[in-house]
Ligand binder design. Structure first.
Ligand SMILES: Nc1nc2c(ncn2[C@@H]2O[C@H](COP(=O)(O)OP(=O)(O)OP(=O)(O)O)[C@@H](O)[C@H]2O)c(=O)[nH]1
Ligand SMILES: [Mg+2]
Length: 302
């Protein structure tokens, strides 16, 4: 480590955290990452491996980490396996590919006693995130926040700290990377959540999943999560889409009447009905979104 390590803690708390690293063929990154975590003052490292074919598990063991092999599928399987093994009060999850900087862990630990879930967010212009990834993350974050009625700054961030007791109460049904969003949605409705700024470095080794496939899957799952955890908001948003054909039909009827003197009574009636449906949808969606935000604020304050 070349830079001076910043410290945000007054000497307590670090031993209450287990750093959990999900890994799949990360032999190029895992050794140095564990060293960096230890240098940052965190001694409890749990590597949850997804049946790597390279030397990941061996290197992790040599570096003094506890290594287990997951059950279930994808990164979600790693979280499921880890939640029964972690024996500390807090559980910090970060990728095993070296993208997240262990020197940022203190930022999470510092607020651990006041929150159930602390999510990292990466700077907007971060040079180590490709334009495609940035666009994808922006779409996912916006969609998630609109459908769930939340304000999460970076819903695709894979570095977060949780109270272990809370993790054990979570329902994890989705597989793969959407586990990050599945956890966030539950913590938002039943816990205190906050966010801390973190850095993001270049990945070591090869990426595991194609960006687009992963992105579409996450987008689809956000809709699924919204129908489960925020149905009123989702369905009223769908209803509000009726405004689009209503505007089109009314515009066309006005044009035909003004320029050709033809009155399409049926179209006008249909567009008015669509306006009523869409307007109701919009109203319910707005109220729903306000209620969700209020709910998050109240839960955070309790
Ligand atoms: N245990 C386990 N870990 C996995 C699995 N798939 C990926 N991982 C790990 O989860 C972390 C995140 O995966 P990445 O491939 O880096 O995904 P990403 O961060 O969205 O994509 P990149 O931009 O390529 O870094 C890495 O540490 C992977 O090794 C899996 O099936 N099981
Ligand atoms: Mg990664």
């Amino acid at each position: 480590m070349t830079e001076k390590q910043e410290t945000y803690l007054d000497g307590i708390q670090r031993e209450k955290v287990t750093v959990v690293l999900p890994t799949l063929d990360e032999e190029e990154a895992i050794g140095e990452l564990i060293e960096e975590i230890n240098e940052a003052g965190y001694r409890k490292v749990l590597v949850v491996d997804g049946y790597s074919k390279d030397r990941t598990r061996e290197i992790a063991q040599q570096k003094g980490a506890k290594v287990i092999v997951q059950h279930g599928k994808g990164k979600a399987g790693a979280v499921l396996a880890a939640k029964d093994k972690v024996d500390t009060e807090y559980f910090l999850l970060m990728d095993g590919d070296g993208t997240y900087d262990p020197r940022d862990i203190d930022k999470f630990t510092l607020h651990a006693d006041q929150y159930d879930h602390i999510i990292g967010y990466r700077a907007k212009g971060c040079p180590n995130i490709s334009k495609t990834h940035r666009l994808g993350n922006w779409i996912l974050t916006k969609t998630f926040n609109i459908l769930i009625g939340s304000n999460v700054p970076d819903v695709a961030c894979g570095m977060y700290l949780m109270r272990t007791e809370k993790v054990r109460q979570l329902t994890i049904d989705e597989f793969g990377f959407v586990v990050d969003q599945e956890i966030a949605v539950q913590m938002l409705s039943d816990g205190k959540v906050t966010y801390v700024p973190i850095s993001y470095r270049k990945r070591k080794g090869k990426a595991k999943a194609p960006t687009w496939r992963q992105g579409f899957r996450a987008l689809f799952t956000i809709f699924k999560l919204a129908s489960k955890y925020s149905p009123v908001l989702l369905f009223s948003l769908f209803a509000s889409i009726a405004v689009v054909p209503a505007v089109f039909l009314l515009g066309y009827s006005a044009y035909a009447y003004i320029f050709h003197g033809v009155y399409h009574g049926g179209y006008v009636l249909a567009s008015l009905m669509l306006f009523v449906i869409g307007g109701q949808g919009l109203t319910v969606a707005t109220i729903g979104s306000m209620l969700r935000r209020m709910e998050h604020k109240i839960t955070s304050r309790i």
